[in-house]
Each structure stands twice: as structure tokens, then as C-alpha cells.
Write a protein that binds this ligand. Sequence first.
Ligand code: OAD
Length: 253
Amino acid sequence: MEHLIKKAARDLVDVDNAVALTGAGISIESGIPPFRGKGGLWERIDPMMAHIDTFLNDPEKVWRVLMNEMKDVIDMARPNDAHLGLYRLEELGILKTIITQNVDGLHQMAGSRDVIEFHGSFAWQRCMECDSRCETRDVDMTQIPPRCLCGGIYRPDCVFFGEQIPPRYFQRSQQAASGCEVMLVVGTSAIIQPACLMPMTAAESGAKVIEINPDSTPLTNSVSDYLIRGPAGPILNRIVDEIEKILAKPEPN
Ligand code: OAD
């Protein structure tokens, strides 16, 4: 693994337009469970709970079974070394944009400035009647489902299964993916479309694709140039430390 960490540092050090695609795995070290795999949300809860039709048919049930738990877990979570590592890469002028499938807001909390929330954000709720928005922390949760002042039901400003990705997020992500020289793919099983198409767009445009994940994914050995196998926090820490070491060395005459 050590040689791959050094390789990633060398691949990143001279770049000023790297992009990261992140998924639930990057927030595991912050205490937020992933969707798939061991301990994943879909082990306990039927993924159909996250389908828009289920929500429209029975918003109270989806709020009770899924949203309430998500809210509590996200409220408690703080950025971990992986979020902070990506922020450090941005500060070094290497990382330009993060495309995240996560709705937890932890990249922004870590300081990252250009974050495309591909699946929306749980930080905001939208009234299904009058379309006004309200910060989740200001929503009155004493009644479930929570309601707007107009009486309409609030839904999180997230993309449910069965819904389109907001076109502006999709277009910006494609632009970022096709314009980068390196794409870091961190903590995603890379099976949910269209997010998982971004590494392909990057690779087709000539970018190096580096995965950081304890497990292989459908991108491994096909779209990715290499996989650094392990947890995102320590690995990103090490990569950034290596880059800082390279940058601190005086240029040879
Ligand atoms: P998944 O739960 O599908 O995948 C999590 C990934 O994180 C897996 O590949 C794990 O191997 C990896 N992982 C586990 N521990 C890790 C660690 N410490 N560091 C790095 N990686 C680790 O999550 P996503 O790929 O984000 O969509 O799922 C994609 C979408 O499917 C979600 O945005 C959500 C979902 O169902 C919607 O709700 C629309």
C-alpha cells in the first residue's frame, strides 16, 4: 500500500484541477453508516423506503423509519480525516471540486468550498405544497411528518430513488469530470448511476482515476488506474503528508 500512497502523491502534486467523487464510505469514520455491505442501512431498512413513490404514498412512515434516524445520525456527525484530507488538498491548490453522493454536509463542514451535492442535501427541507425551503435544524419535529407553516409536508432536499438528478448538478459534475487530470474516487461502491459514470467520463477524457476503498468495486481493474485498499481517513492523511514532503524539498538546480 505504501508504494501506492507515494504514487498517488506524485500523480497529484503537479495537478491543479483534481476532482474527488465521494460516497458513504468517506463518512463511516464519522459514525454515519453506509448503505450497502456489513452494517449498511439497507441491511435493516428496505431500500424502497428511499423511493419517491413510497414517500408520496406514506410520508409519515418514511419520516419515522428512515428520515428521523438519518437526522439524528447526521446531527451528531463531524468531519473526519478523510474530509479534512480533501480540504487540505484544496488548500494546496490541487483539488478543485468534490462531487459527493452524500447528503450529510461534512465536506462543507471540513472547509471544502466547491462541493457538488449530487444527491442533494439533508440540511434543507422543502415544502411539498408551497415549495419554500427551511433549514432542517429549524424544522419542528414534534409532529411527524414535519409540516411547513402553510400546512404542507416537508421533504428533504435530497434525491430519492426514482427521481432525476438536478440537471445543474449533473452538468457541473460532467464538466468537472471531463476537465480534470486526476479523479479520486473515495468510499463509493460505484454502482448507482449516474454518479458512477463520472469516473468513466474522467478516464475517457484522459484523467488518472485513483480509488480509495477497503474493497474493490466495478471500477477496479477496469476504469481505475489503481486502488489504494483501506480506510479513507488514514490513507488521505498519508497522501497529503507525502505531497507536503515533496513540496517542501528544494527544486534541484
Ligand atoms: P455504499 O454504501 O453503496 O458504499 C460504501 C462504500 O464505502 C463501499 O464500497 C465500501 O467498501 C466503502 N467503505 C467502507 N468503509 C470505508 C472507509 N473507512 N473508507 C473508505 N471507504 C469505505 O455507498 P455509496 O456508494 O455512496 O443514493 O452509495 C451510492 C448511493 O446509493 C447513495 O448516495 C444512496 C444509495 O442508496 C440515494 O439514496 C439516492
